[in-house]
Design a protein. Sequence first.
Length: 76
Amino acid sequence: MLKVSFFGPFYAGYNVIAIDENYKYALVAGKSTQYLWILSRETTIPDAIKKDYLKIAEKSGYTTKDLIWVKHDKQN
């Protein structure tokens, strides 16, 4: 469980519900089933990790079809 502050007095609670052994990928849930993130230290997420995390999310009550997948294609 995490308590994160954005811009001073605004706080929100988050739960890490899955994380890989190397801390590269994490499945993070918000206070309700309306908020879910798959975080990555890389610009892509391996299909096996994605499938595993989506299964965990669905079993936890999340509607994964509504997730927005961000394409990271900018070059530094």
